[in-house]
Design a protein around this ligand. Structure first.
Ligand SMILES: *Cc1c(COP(=O)(O)O)cnc(C)c1O
Length: 350
């Protein structure tokens, strides 16, 4: 594994980042006449650029040093920053393992960085023997791995991730947006062992704060330094930081909510399997189910006509829809509509 500095773009290494007025003085209280703020408004002040209080809270909830935490405006922002730090536009590449989350490629495209899409093998697992050449391709700077994977819902096997971390010369990003729904431990405990590892988590899924836009990166201080260098100075707003602290301090709500989603996932899975149009429900370690239907597009349209919106993934995985776990009421509406679709077909064929 190369030293991190060797992987970073030259212009980013040389970059003199913006020093906001507030990042130079660490004072919490005082007479602040340094940032051209409006003193008459409660929200008239710029937020803490380094989100120290929120990081302390995350540090205690996650059991990781605040020195190893970087926060973004959603993990999507961090994906973009990582590509910008490590990939020279028009020259370097990223690697993804498809079918997977679409934003890796979108941000690579925006940055004029090519995406090498490697297909996942059987059971949506990583087949490293198939990508020996890519592993030593110097131009591939970042590999994005998602576990539990979106939209397939499965975990990627430990051993293949260890192999990737050991044999790939670039940065390995482990996107753990759904890790709280899984029994598997987070990879964040491995960041000291693998200097090329960046673990992403988010408050958007199990923590229920998609509207608040907060993503977390756990990694070593060298990469954190570069992320801080390129981020917008005030990337997390004051209300967002406040909301996040409140939610993180309410772990009772978190675990109750998590348990209901997991229970509903089981219920929904059993009910789906009873339906004629359902061909397969893939095992899930996340808050959604990937379901194979007989003629998925037709099912998708009929659900949509009934005001039920699911995610059509048939272009990625044959005849599959991805269904988020809703409230018991929402899930019941879904099942009732699917039953109606089942019956309608049998009438047509009679
Ligand atoms: C939902 C999701 C995210 C979350 O992105 P945010 O910007 O934090 O809301 C990240 N990665 C994957 C794979 C996701 O499914």
């Amino acid at each position: 594994m190369k030293a991190i500095d060797l992987l970073v773009r030259e212009n980013i290494k040389k970059l003199v980042s913006y020093k906001s007025a507030r990042s130079e003085s660490a004072m919490d209280e005082g007479v602040f006449l340094d940032a051209n703020e409006n003193p008459y408004q409660e929200l008239g002040r710029y937020p803490d650029p380094f989100q120290r209080k929120l990081k302390e809270t995350i540090s205690s909830v996650k059991g990781i040093s605040d020195q190893n935490i970087f926060l973004g405006n959603g993990s999507d922002e961090i994906i973009d920053l990582l590509i910008r730090i490590f990939c020279v536009p028009g020259q370097d590449k990223i690697m993804t393992f498809s079918p997977t989350y679409g934003m890796y490629k979108v941000y690579a495209d925006i940055n004029n960085v090519e995406t090498i899409e490697v297909k996942l093998g059987s059971n949506f697992q990583l087949d490293l023997s198939a990508i020996k050449e890519q592993l030593s391709d110097e131009r591939i700077r970042v590999a994005f791995l998602c576990s539990p994977n979106n939209p397939t819902g499965n975990l990627i096997e430990l051993e293949t991730i260890f192999q990737l971390l050991k044999n790939f010369e670039g940065i390995v990003v482990m996107d753990e947006a759904y890790i709280d729904f899984s029994k598997a431990p987070s990879w964040m405990k491995q960041i000291n062992r693998y200097p090329n590892l960046v673990v992403l988590q988010t408050l958007s899924k199990a923590w229920g704060l998609a509207g608040v836009r907060i993503g977390m990166a756990f990694t070593n201080s060298a990469i954190i330094r570069y992320l801080n260098k390129v981020k917008p100075p005030y990337n997390l707003s004051v209300p967002n930081q406040k909301e996040a602290i409140q939610a993180l301090e309410n772990e009772t709500w978190f675990s109750q909510n998590l348990n209901s989603i997991l229970e509903e996932r089981d219920v929904l899975q059993k009910q789906l399997l009873k339906l004629n149009r359902v061909k397969q429900v893939f095992p899930s370690e996340a808050n959604f189910l990937l379901v194979r239907f007989q003629n998925a597009i037709e099912v998708y349209q009929q659900l949509s006509n009934a005001g039920i919106v699911v995610r059509n993934r048939s272009s990625l995985i044959d005849n599959c829809l991805r269904i988020s776990i809703g409230t018991p009421d929402e899930n019941e509406k879904l099942i009732n509509e699917l039953k109606r679709i089942d019956n309608e077909k049998s009438i047509v064929f009679r």
